[in-house]
Design a protein around this ligand. Sequence first.
Ligand code: NAD
Length: 354
Amino acid sequence: MTIVVTGGAGFIGSNFVIEWLKHCDEPVINIDKLTYAGNLGNLASLKGDPRHIFVRADIADSSLISGLLSEHTPRAILNFAAESHVDRSIHGPDDFIDTNVVGTFRLLETARAYWGTSSEPQRSGFRFLHVSTDEVYGSLSQGAAPFSEMSRYEPNSPYSASKAASDHLVRAYHHTYGLPVLTTNCSNNYGPHHFPEKLIPLCIHNALSGKPLPIYGDGQQIRDWLYVKDHCSAIRRVVDDGLIGETYNIGGWNEMTNLEVVKTLCGVLDELRPREDGISYAERIIFVKDRPGHDRRYAIDASKIESELGWRPAETFETGLRKTVQWFLNNQAWVKDVTSGAYRAWVEKQYNGG
Ligand code: NAD
C-alpha cells in the first residue's frame, strides 16, 4: 500500500516522511505547494529513494490530487499542509484562510470522492488523518488543568482560528458523510528542519551569528514542548491504531516559560559550542514588544493517546534540545540556504525555469 502526505517539505512533514520510511517500506506520495516554508533540502536524504514520490501541488487542486489518488490508491491521507506561523497570520491572514480552511475543505472533498460513500465505500480501511495544534483551545490560566480532547475550542489568532475551522470541517465530514477521519492536536514542536523564524531555531541561529536573542514581552508565556520525532511516532500510532472519528492530544508534559526555554538552550549551546570570550549566550537575551493577543499558557493532557494507544515520547526536553542544537551545528549549510533565501532560488529554477 501507499500513503499520501501533504506538506511533507515543511518542518514536521519532512521529519514525518523520513521517519516513516525508516520504519516501514510503504511508499509515500508527498504533495507540497513549496511555499516559503517548504524546502526540498529537508528531503535531501531521500534522494534516489524510489519509495518517496514528490509532487508539487496545492491541496486545493482537486483534479490533480484526484488523479494521484486514482493512480496510487493510498490507504491513508495525512494532512500536514498548512500556513503555520502565528506572526505571519497576524500580518497577513489571507493565506491562512486559503490553505488551512479552503484547502482543507477541498482536500476533504477530494478524499470523500476517492473513499466513496458510507453506504458504498470503495476503499475500505481508508483513513484521513488531520494534523492540528493545541492552539485551537486558546489560552489557559495558571493552575487550570491542561487541555484534554474535551476542552472547548477558543482560538485567539488568525492561525489558530483557521486551524480550528479545519478541525471542525474534518469532524463534520465524519459526522455528515461518514468519512473515516482522525484528528491530532499537538503542542509546540522543535527539532531538525525547524524554520528559523520560530523561537528555538531563531535563537540558535542568532546565538551562532552573534545577534541578540529576542523574547516576546516578559518571557513568561508557557508552552508545552515536544521533540518533532516524538510527534511523528505519535502520528504513526494514530494512523494505524486510532479509532475512527476520534481526536488525540499529543504532548510532552514539558510545560516551560519561553524564558526558561531560551535559558536552557543557552546552557546547551554554552556546552556544545562555547563562546571564545567564555561568556554565556544567555547574556544576549533581550525582551521585545509582545505579539498582539499573545496566549499566556498552553498545556496538553496526553493521557488518552498514552493509555489507549500506548504511545510515549522517547525524548525529554533536555535530550531533544541537545539533539536539536547538535543538528543545527552539524547542518550550518542548511541554515545558510534558508536564511539567505538560496533554497527559494533553487525551487524557482526547478519549477518556474527562473
Ligand atoms: P511548516 O510551515 O513548516 O510546513 C507547512 C508545509 O505545508 C510547507 O512545506 C508548505 O510548503 C506546505 N503548504 C502550505 N500551503 C500548502 C498548500 N496550499 N498546499 C500544499 N502544501 C502547502 O509547518 P509545520 O510546523 O511543519 O506544521 C505542519 C502541521 O503541523 C501544520 O498543520 C501545523 O498546524 C501543525 N502543527 C505544528 C506545530 C508546530 O509546533 N510547528 C505543532 C502542532 C501542530
